[in-house]
Design a binder for this molecule. Structure first.
Ligand code: ZN
Length: 214
């Protein structure tokens, strides 16, 4: 789906009531065409004379419409950013961007409201580049019928199922599979169902050079 501002504002109010006791003040929600994030919260830290952050202001929540995500994922992205907002607005000290407190709230919302929030929608390119853990990735690079290139990082037990789904998908013209340990792929969610993340092929190519074709 492609969300509108009105839709996101209505969802914001609903999730605010459901998950945050209606405590979060409304903030501007803006749409973006960025490919580097799905959701992102920006704000301005206000510092005292010692340079310590005393509060945060000018919150803006951005949601990218570049990715065609299912509605549940758009909602999960919005709630994910609302957790960032809650932590920043309350001035809660967390251990990292998606630290102990972030995960505690995320887990609570997942359990209480049956959501599937993850920390994989990383908010900034810098944050994504800092995730340098070496892990195994199984990837599918698809050429889409509209000429775009898409990437899917797949949970290993789902490879056969997703391969089959793409073979029958009118959106996917061809698919190539790889194994890679390049941490660059950490930024993509590990899919258990067929999803396509459009990527810029010139950005992707260097990361496929060291990959092993499956
Ligand atoms: Zn985040």
């Amino acid at each position: 789906m492609t969300p509108t501002v009105e839709y996101l504002e209505e969802r914001f109010d609903t999730f605010n009531r459901m998950c945050f006791d209606g405590a979060l003040p409304r903030i501007p929600i803006k749409l973006s065409r960025a490919r580097t994030f799905v959701g992102r919260l920006v704000y301005r830290p206000v510092r005292d004379w010692r340079g310590r952050v005393v509060r945060r202001e000018d919150f803006v929540l951005r949601i990218s419409t570049y990715f065609d995500l299912p509605e549940a994922e758009v909602e999960d992205t919005l709630i994910h950013e609302m957790i960032h907002y809650w932590i920043a607005w309350k001035g809660i000290q967390d251990t990292s961007t998606h630290g102990r407190e972030f995960r505690r709230i995320m887990k609570e919302i997942n359990t209480l409201h049956g959501r599937h929030l993850t920390i994989s929608h990383k908010s900034t390119p810098e944050e994504q580049d800092r995730d340098t853990r070496v892990r195994d990735h199984w990837l599918c690079v698809s050429q889409l019928a509209d000429g775009r290139t898409a990437l899917t990082v797949v949970a290993k037990p789902r490879i056969a199922r997703i391969k089959r789904a793409f073979r029958w998908s009118p959106t996917v013209r061809s698919q190539t599979w790889y194994h890679s340990r390049d941490p660059w792929f950490n930024r993509f969610p590990r899919c258990r169902s067929p999803k396509l993340f459009p990527v810029d092929p010139t950005v992707l190519q260097p990361h496929l050079d060291g990959a092993e074709p499956l």
